[in-house]
Design a binder for this molecule. Structure first.
Ligand SMILES: [Zn+2]
Length: 310
């Protein structure tokens, strides 16, 4: 049984307050006591968090970076204030992606500029596309359960309508899959299904070999069901190539995009801290504790001051 500590989405009491960093998870979090939480308070990215990102090895998998980043930026989930990496790993994939999008908005603003390339091989022209994060429609589907059952529409080993029991993919699954997913997409799907499926008919001992032996149609059916329950944040950008007039759509991986963006900007961190410390004589720790936007605002003010005196 799941108890609800906050009202399901859609009721007037549950409102996002972006100015305070308060957001509602699209699916929601269930804690160890079975309590459901959906309201999250995010702290903006500050220099300490940027320093953490800067110190990561370049080959750190995005799923692990997301865990580390969210563990540092989530101040509260419902009534829970003791947020650590293991809690963030327990969050559903869709909720993690959603928070990454909101964190991006708080850190760099709502406007995202992406460069797309015309998919036509004889053209390949690059073009700039702008999207606004707060205009994106987010599918909300509060889920009070983590385990589900379904009946297969096709037979497995001669048995009709076998029942499948599964749980929904979490950050821990994303981390476990990270090393495979770029090398072999099919292996990654088998790995994910073997982790999430708990039972097929009478069989409870599910590993990758069991998944690999299933008919392709059965795997796709289960995968589609999981997708339907936790729609991941997928953004399709639509464009018309200015060169060849080819209309096309391209999916963008916003989480990967945000990671690259934050890590690219981190390169200037030491110089920025030095600049502020030089003029204000604040300690390094105090400067790093400033939200990124505030730090940049001080730098802007200093630069204006310096120009005025030159
Ligand atoms: Zn083109």
């Amino acid at each position: 049984m799941v108890e609800v500590d906050s009202l399901p989405d859609g009721s007037p009491e549950v409102q996002e307050r972006p100015e305070d960093g308060v957001f509602i998870l699209p699916t929601g979090y269930i804690d160890g006591h079975g309590l459901y939480h959906s309201e999250v308070e995010l702290a903006p990215v500050n220099g300490k968090i940027e320093a953490f990102l800067a110190d990561l090895r370049d080959d750190t998998y995005a799923a692990s970076v997301v865990t580390g980043l969210l563990a540092r930026c989530i101040k509260r989930i419902g009534a829970l204030t003791d947020i650590d990496a293991s809690l963030v790993r327990n969050m559903l994939v869709s909720d993690r992606s959603y928070l990454m999008m909101r964190l991006r908005e708080m850190t760099f603003g709502r406007k995202v500029d992406v460069i797309l390339q015309c998919p036509d091989v004889s053209c390949r022209k690059s073009m700039d596309i702008t999207l606004f994060l707060d205009e994106m429609r987010i599918e909300r589907q509060p889920l009070l359960e983590r385990c589900f059952t379904m009946h297969l529409s096709c037979a497995v080993e001669g048995k009709e309508r076998e029942q499948v029991e599964f749980r929904l993919p979490t950050g821990a699954d994303q981390e476990a899959l990270a090393s495979v997913v770029h090398l072999d997409e099919q292996k990654a799907i088998h790995c994910l299904l073997s982790r999430c499926i708990r039972r097929i008919g009478e069989q409870t001992d599910i590993d990758e070999a069991v998944i690999g032996a299933l008919p392709e149609s059965v795997r796709s059916e289960i995968e589609a069901k999981i997708q339907q329950l936790t729609p991941d944040l997928e953004i399709e950008l639509e464009g018309v190539c200015p060169e060849c007039q080819n209309a096309f759509s391209a999916p963008i991986d916003l989480t990967a995009f945000v990671m690259t963006e934050i890590r690219r900007n981190v390169r200037h961190l030491a110089r920025e801290v030095h600049f502020v410390a030089w003029y204000y004589h604040w300690s390094e720790q105090d400067i790093l504790a400033l939200p990124r936007q505030k730090r940049l605002r001080y730098i802007e003010l200093l630069q204006e001051e310096i120009e005025r005196h030159n």
